[in-house]
Design a binder for this molecule. Structure first.
Ligand code: FAD
Length: 390
């Protein structure tokens, strides 16, 4: 594995191409969708039209067949354009969410499910988190019971992003009761099914930020799915879920880093222009140092994220690096956004300077898809060899 410190020409071209599309959607556009809660359809259609939704999907299904590194460059460029998580989360799931199907689906499932998601025709949501189990996925309560032709699913999910618009749902449910399994992580199965609104009620959750991309509580009642919608082996769902966790963490990391970078850029610009006490506020070290520190932290987090992506692309173990990059990226992104708001003074709190939106969105990466505490638990146990704490 070579871990390049500089982008290749092809990689730099990806960044440029994405930045060019994103330039059509300025901060006013994102502020408007954040206020209205309207999904950024125009932006997503443009990204889909450029073929970018399939950046990391196999070429034989219409994807570009590139690696996680390229997907990360793309998502970082999206967030860094000012789109932040309002833009990144609108396409995030298309990029790597269906990897369990790529890795474990049958040829028939891949042929049916992948091309429409790559083209942007299908809209999927990913339902793992539940109200009563939280981060303890092995304790989830949604049940899939065998029927003659497949399974009947009942249960509740929470925080499911994009469920108002999705026509497909990837969900994990228990097929064997926990007390009948050797390990709690066994007996869970993964399904990719039609989002049947007669059987699934999606209630939006009012939330702090990213209003344009909704989150929902799902009430699933007697959802019938066929055997052809079970991904991989029955009972092996947790293992399949794990295979997608590292890429997802890396993508969240670079999205947070992108958001931090645009916040920093705005702060530096404002600090040069705003005159108080007869000189630019940026001439004061009290303004300079937090911004300089934010730059250093963002760059360090970025190195870790691309190291993790390079390991993943080389087929090597990357759990420690992927987790570390998610932690570092989310923290650096948040601190850059915080420093940017503070450098703007009162205007940091005003919507017209945009950085208050960045700040609200930056919280997301610290919580989802896995919390800071669980990442540190992982590193303490798996890297440092400390006893498992939970
Ligand atoms: C905007 C947004 C979008 C989301 N989108 C999706 C989605 O599309 N699909 C989906 O399935 N989920 C989604 N989620 C859910 C997200 O992944 C979870 O919120 C996250 O994993 C945390 O789970 P929880 O909220 O249940 O926290 P809890 O499990 O209730 O934990 C609460 C707090 O306790 C801490 N904690 C718990 N156990 C331990 C321990 N053993 N040691 C130390 N600390 C601990 C946690 O770190 C956390 O800080 C989304 C969440 C948000 C906010």
């Amino acid at each position: 594995m070579t871990f390049a410190l500089e982008l290749t020409e092809a990689q730099a071209a990806i960044h440029e191409a994405i930045a060019k599309i994103c330039a059509k959607y300025d901060d006013h556009y994102w502020l408007k969708v954040d206020d209205s809660g309207n999904f950024p359809d125009a932006f997503v259609n443009d990204i889909a039209a450029g073929g970018w939704l399939g950046v990391a999907m196999p070429e034989r299904f219409g994807g570009a067949g590139l690696g996680l590194t390229e997907a990360a460059l793309m998502m970082q460029a999206v967030a860094q354009s000012g789109a932040g998580f309002s833009g990144a989360s609108a396409i995030h799931l298309n990029i790597f969410g269906l990897m369990p199907i790529v890795k474990f689906g049958t040829e028939g499932q891949q042929e049916r499910f992948l091309p429409p998601i790559i083209a942007g025709d299908d809209k999927a949501c990913f339902a793992v988190t539940e109200p009563n189990s939280g981060l303890d996925t092995a304790s989830l309560e949604t049940r899939a019971e065998r029927t003659n032709s497949g399974y009947r699913i009942n249960g509740r999910k929470i925080w499911t992003t994009n469920a108002q618009r999705a026509n497909k749902i990837m969900l994990i449910a228990r097929t064997t009761p926990k007390d009948q399994c050797r390990k709690p992580t066994e007996g869970l199965s993964l399904f990719y099914a039609d989002f049947d609104r007669a059987k699934i009620e999606a209630q939006p959750i009012p939330k702090m930020g990213r209003k344009a991309v909704e989150c929902n509580t799902l009430f699933i009642e007697d959802l019938e799915v066929s055997n052809a919608e079970l991904i991989g082996e029955e009972g092996a769902g947790f293992k399949m879920l794990l295979s997608g966790l590292n890429p997802e963490r890396i993508l969240f990391a670079v999205e947070a880093i992108g958001l931090g970078r645009v916040a920093l850029k705005r702060a530096a610009q404002y600090a040069k222009e705003r005159i108080v006490f007869g000189r630019p506020i940026g001439q004061n070290q009290g303004i300079q140092h937090p911004l300089a520190k934010a730059w250093a932290e963002l760059e360090a987090a970025s190195l870790m994220a691309y190291k993790a992506a390079a390991l993943y692309d080389a087929g090597k173990e990357c759990g420690a690096e992927a987790n570390a990059s998610k932690y570092l990226g989310a923290e650096a992104g948040f601190r850059a956004c915080e420093a940017s708001v503070l450098a703007h003074g009162g205007m940091g709190y005003a919507k017209e300077y945009f950085v208050e939106r960045y700040f609200r969105e930056a919280m997301l990466a610290r919580i989802a898809p896995v919390s800071r505490e669980m990442i540190l638990n992982f590193i303490a146990e798996r890297v440092l060899g400390l006893p498992k704490s939970y």
